[in-house]
Design a protein around this ligand. Sequence first.
Ligand code: ADP
Ligand code: MG
Length: 558
Amino acid sequence: MIAGIDLGTTNSLIGVMDAGFPILIAGEEGERLTPSVVHLPGPLVGRAAARLRVVQPANTISSIKRSMGRDVRFHGKNPEEISALILGKLKRDAERALEQTVSRAVITVPAYFNDGQRQATKRAGELAGFTVERIVNEPTAAALAYGLDKLNAKSKIAVFDLGGGTFDITILELNEGVFHVLATHGNTRLGGDDIDNALLSEIEIAREGDPLFTARLREAAIEAKHRLSLEEEARIELPFAEGETSFSHLLTRAGLERIARPIVEKTRGHCLRALADARLSLADLDQVVLAGGATRMPMVRRLVAALFEREPNTSHNPDEVVALGATIQAGILEGAVQNMVLLDVTPLSLGIETFGGLMNVIIPRNSTIPLKAGEMFTNAMPNQRSMLIKVLQGEREMARDNWPLGQFEIAFEPGAKGQARVGVQFEIDANGILHVLARDTKTGAEKIVAIQSAVDVSDEAVEKMLGDSVEHAFEDMNERILTESKLKASEMLAAVRHAFGIIDLSAEEKRKVEVLAREVEAAMESGELARLKKANAALDEGTQRLATLLVERAMEKE
Ligand code: ADP
Ligand code: MG
């Protein structure tokens, strides 16, 4: 039996297939949603921990998912270990309900999670005692839950996911029963929590000195917010708050919507950008589906309907669809559901650093996984004994602007410049985890590294990476061309020096080439691209005869 798990920023859920149907399992408290909150040193997880957040905020950790893959610690534990506590609770709940051990799982992650974050999620599952059969993208799981795998070939689906603290919009394409991510966008700091905060500051009686009161008020306000998704009015009531008098505040749906509007409106731009990235117009979309608890709000549904010019599919509980989809995926792996392959794409390009600090892309962004790709590299220096493979992720032309995922050295047989042949191969498995292989093709010596080092992904980093690459496209391209021109210049200068040593040229001819070479040096120094290109071309032209002589000489020798 394989469990499906939505390890959410705010809430987590677990499900299993039961006689061909996905069911979500309630915990001891009878709720299917487990707050993703951990209290230490306990450890206490879920609702119990969430209650302690008020009295012991320093010992209570929420939204750990934001830190996934980062090198941080809370009470001596890293994000994987804390996530493992949440997963462990889900596992125990499932085992209690099913009266059997549940040791295999499918876990979902946001589509924009990079390799480091996916690996960290997988390790969290392993720490909790699961064999992690697959890491699945949340929007893919949501689409599966809505049964969209039954749509026609080439159907396009938008998954609008507004949770507690994050917003994601993903465009999927269905092709022969397989989902492809066409584009993904969002904001890692946008969700229902922001509406709660705005609501609280509006009520304006949250008192700094009284955290218990503020916490009770927050809870009551959130409850009222939820009620307002169905009713027109809700009263926030705290009996005997503020000493003798009890607190009471009537909130209307219109009032809540006025407060929430600026927050909800922020989703609009991301949706438009995702569509643009996918090169689609509204008419191309076949379905729009909702995920995340905050999409229960009528105003969110209205915005989605207006923006996408159609009613969104609301046939499922939005805060449960990701877990349901994970469970269906688990069923597919078990063989309980008709076999269907699920494919995803790489959110950002992967490559290595090459000469001159350039990014050399091996797997471009939006490639369908699983896949393998490789390239041959050579040594820049004579007698070099090893090559440093720096694995990078990102869209920028210069290596330094991309994220380092890890690095290792591969030794090879020393030889003249350009003699070594090192093959570098990237393989992304079905879980989206990257394995890098480097091989000296002469000796067959090789090294395989599963990239373990986490990427420190700051908030909205993926989004920022994409934005930056567009913003700096022009400078980046210029810098790449300049770097490439400099590399070419160095190569030609070295070749000229070498040729002077073995070929006898007339003084006149030698002087001409020297003038051209000096101009190349000066142009390199100046960093002026146009001048360098011109100088390179002139030197290339001016050494034609020298090159011919070199070739002739080489042939004579043979
Ligand atoms: P996450 O994906 O971040 O773990 P969820 O999908 O569980 O989160 O969404 C949690 C958010 O949904 C919270 O902000 C919660 O207040 C909000 N939410 C849940 N139910 C409702 C409702 N009925 N009306 C409005 N908001 C809701
Ligand atoms: Mg979610």
